[in-house]
Ligand binder design. Structure first.
Ligand code: ADP
Ligand code: MG
Length: 242
């Protein structure tokens, strides 16, 4: 089993605030791994640390077997010539005044299965709206556009930060179906979610982050069967909404 991503002992700070305390995780080829945790647990910071958007103070990151610790973000994204790392941040940043198709023409074409044509077959909604301004899309369509843009770089590994956030259940299902198809096409995925039930339904493995430390790791099915634990994660959602 080839490990595509290995993070080891990551310590991250915002100024003097110590946020991540020795976070270690891995993603193997073809795997969907979910990183769960309450709001503020450090999930986004973990992805940012991996991409070196928030440079870790301690720890190592290996991608596709290569030590990338200290590499600048753009080099990590490009990878080591063998497919890169796609990162879809929270909040779906995109060019609001460009059309869907213009947004999708921003990434330079890369060899691989994902092209404008295959993206439009993965997300028929985007094909229908190809001439619409991105700023006029619904939340679900914007999420699809953000994922599509990352896929066009033909990454071997995709980091997704809360794709379900703020979306209606039927749209979440559509986004998740696309994620499933990416996996079946061979893209490994690290899925950050607050919605534990949703993420556990199709991840292979799960990590739970609490106050910047991994407090659980194991097969997703095992965690899904532990209703107390899932409830405590779901409870975090409920308390956040209150
Ligand atoms: N830019 C920032 N500056 C200072 N503190 C931050 C910043 N971003 C996040 N934090 C803090 O870091 C902690 C982890 O945040 P985050 O990684 O966004 O959590 P999650 O994604 O799990 O909700 C939280 O306590 C949050 O308030
Ligand atoms: Mg977050």
């Amino acid at each position: 089993m080839t490990l595509l991503l290995e993070a080891e002992g990551i310590e991250a700070y915002y100024g003097k605030s110590h946020i991540l305390h020795g976070v270690s995780l891995s993603v193997a080829e073809g795997e969907v791994v979910t990183l769960l945790g309450r709001n503020g647990a450090g999930k986004t910071t973990t992805l940012r640390a991996i991409m070196r958007l928030t440079p870790p103070r301690e720890g190592r990151v290996r991608i596709f077997g290569q030590d990338v610790t200290g590499w600048p973000t753009h080099r990590i994204a490009r990878g080591s010539g063998n497919g890169g790392v796609g990162y879809v941040p929270e909040g779906r940043h995109m060019f609001r005044h460009l059309t869907v198709e213009e947004n999708l023409r921003v990434p330079p074409p890369t060899p691989g299965q994902w092209s404008l044509a295959t993206i439009f077959s993965l997300f028929p909604r985007l094909a229908e709206r190809r001439t619409s301004k991105a700023g006029r899309l619904s939340g679900g369509e914007q999420e699809m556009l953000a994922i599509a843009r990352a896929l066009l770089l033909n990454p071997r590994l995709l980091l997704l930060d809360e794709p379900s956030q703020g979306l209606a259940p039927v749209i979440v299902e559509e986004v998740m179906q696309a994620v499933r198809r990416m996996r079946s096409e061979g893209t490994a995925i690290l899925l950050v979610e607050q919605n534990a039930i949703l993420a556990l339904a199709f991840a292979d493995r799960a990590y739970v982050l609490s106050d910047g430390a991994i407090i659980h790791e194991g097969p997703a099915a095992e965690l899904a069967a532990d209703s107390e634990k899932v409830k405590s994660l779901a409870g975090a959602r409920a308390s956040r909404a209150a």
